[in-house]
Design a protein around this ligand. Structure first.
Ligand SMILES: Cc1cc2nc3c(=O)[nH]c(=O)nc-3n(C[C@H](O)[C@H](O)[C@H](O)COP(=O)(O)OP(=O)(O)OC[C@H]3O[C@@H](n4cnc5c(N)ncnc54)[C@H](O)[C@@H]3O)c2cc1C
Length: 418
């Protein structure tokens, strides 16, 4: 069926974190632009709370970011069996429902819910964007996700691809969690977020609780694992959340909201098959472009950093920006991936905790910020690894190295055979 094309200055494919934030920032950058956001699901997801450190938000985006009304705490804490530490680093949390509200109320944004931008038949990687000359608009085909609605063709001058996690193509570990936002019967008394409470039994990898105190009697409590497996059972984890709450003297009155996540953590550069675009008209952003933190799997800090560069490119024509916009598991990420291999290949799953314990006990706040902001310089890495791995795990390092070399040899052998 032929359709009258709808025309936009920008079309964003994928209404997850990256797509919604890109839509918000674009509409704020130039309110005269017409922007379309395409999401294949029929409704906006509501099951994410996205957090990052204050230092992850680039100064050029700070005002716009704060207009989204994220929760903010000026400090946060970590607990390990031998020590606790309060870090004077602010922490933000943005709930997906709040971002959805902003998206819904943005006047120059048109949303297509329940529409999927088609992938080409030859390669599932690239979207079927049909265009003839570089100055001509991009034509994008949309198909209704349930097959009920008529297909649409829309026209755009520029395209943002934000389609979510790329396919896994090599060894990965997992950060997985079950989080409940609960209402406590009494005031819980927690003032600041606890980003890691690792004083819990180390089952299924490095395990810790993550707690955000939203109001005086609501908390997000997450049981988190740096695990070898992607298997996650909310039913099995539920009693742990009750137990942790009661150990802290909190009585759960209601569960208000639930979220679960299984985030793949790259152990090698080849762990993901990323298709990455960055040119004048098409840009990939968010997890699909490898824009996530290689150790935590968190994508908000990296997205914000990349978006700040992208805005700069839009404003000044992109002089020297391109070089800085790289997929995260580029060569520059060797330090993070090496740490992942220490944790997954070197340590036993019960011992994985020593790495974070050592990190929080020995490292200065500045380095911790840069580590999470994905801003480590070579000097940072040298100082990071000068005392790494912690003495207890020299055997871990050796084991990690041997396993990595063995896997590399297997890969080489396979490619020779192929
Ligand atoms: C519960 C949870 C909590 C998290 N918390 C944090 C956090 O606190 N901080 C942090 O930094 N990270 C966090 N993460 C990790 C990461 O930030 C999220 O996974 C984030 O949602 C990734 O954003 P994205 O836009 O790249 O991908 P997604 O959120 O997966 O969005 C991709 C979207 O594109 C749509 N799509 C795909 N293909 C098409 C197509 N062809 N046409 C139309 N639509 C399409 C999908 O339906 C999807 O909605 C969390 C992850 C989870 C699961």
């Amino acid at each position: 069926m032929s359709q009258i094309p709808k025309k936009f200055d920008w079309v964003i494919v994928g209404g997850g974190l990256a797509g919604k934030l890109a839509a918000y920032f674009l509409c704020r950058l130039r309110p005269t632009w017409s922007v379309a956001l395409i999401e294949k699901n029929h409704g906006w997801s509501i099951h994410h709370t996205w957090s990052c450190f204050e230092t992850d938000v680039p100064s050029t985006l700070k005002g716009k970011w704060e207009d989204l009304n994220p929760y903010f705490w000026s400090k946060h804490k970590v607990y390990f069996p031998q020590f606790e530490r309060t870090l004077d680093i602010g922490y933000y949390s943005l709930r997906e429902q709040d971002l959805n509200q902003v998206i819904t109320n943005t006047p120059n944004l048109t949303t297509f819910l329940g529409y999927q931008a088609l992938t080409s038949s030859q390669s599932q990687k690239s979207l079927n964007v049909l265009f003839t000359k570089s100055e001509e608009p991009l034509m994008l085909q949309l198909q209704s996700s349930d097959g009920q609605g008529a297909p649409l063709t829309i026209e755009s001058l520029k395209l943002v691809l934000a389609t979510g996690w790329p396919p896994i193509s090599g060894p990965v570990g997992y950060q997985k969690f079950v989080g409940w936002e609960v209402r406590t019967t009494d005031e819980h008394g927690l003032e600041f977020p606890v980003l890691m409470d690792a004083r819990v039994p180390q089952t299924d990898g490095y395990r810790f609780f993550y707690v955000l105190p939203f109001t005086k009697n609501t908390l997000l409590i997450e049981d988190t694992y740096y695990s070898d497996s992607s298997h996650l059972s909310e039913d099995l984890i539920a009693p742990n959340i009750y137990k942790y709450a009661s150990q802290n003297g909190w009585k759960i009155a209601d569960v208000l909201y639930r979220e679960t996540g299984v985030l793949p953590i790259p152990l090698f550069k080849s762990s993901f098959n990323v298709s990455y675009n960055f040119d004048f008209r098409i840009v990939s952003l968010g997890t699909c472009a490898g824009h996530f933190h290689p150790v935590t799997g968190y994508s908000l800090p990296v997205f914000l950093k990349q978006w700040a560069l992208f805005e700069q490119k839009l404003q000044d024509g992109g002089i020297s920006v391109r070089k800085k916009m790289l997929p995260c598991f580029s060569r520059a990420d060797w330090g993070y991936r090496m740490l992942n291999r220490f944790m997954w290949y070197g340590a036993t799953s019960q011992n994985r905790r020593v790495f974070f314990a050592f990190f929080y006990q020995k490292k200065a706040q500045g380095l911790i910020c840069r580590f999470y902001s994905h801003n480590m310089s070579l000097r940072d890495w040298l100082s990071f690894y000068a005392s790494w791995p912690p003495p207890i795990s020299l055997t871990f390092a050796l084991r990690a190295m041997l396993k990595s070399v063995a896997l590399w040899m297997v890969r080489c052998w396979r490619s020779v055979l192929a």
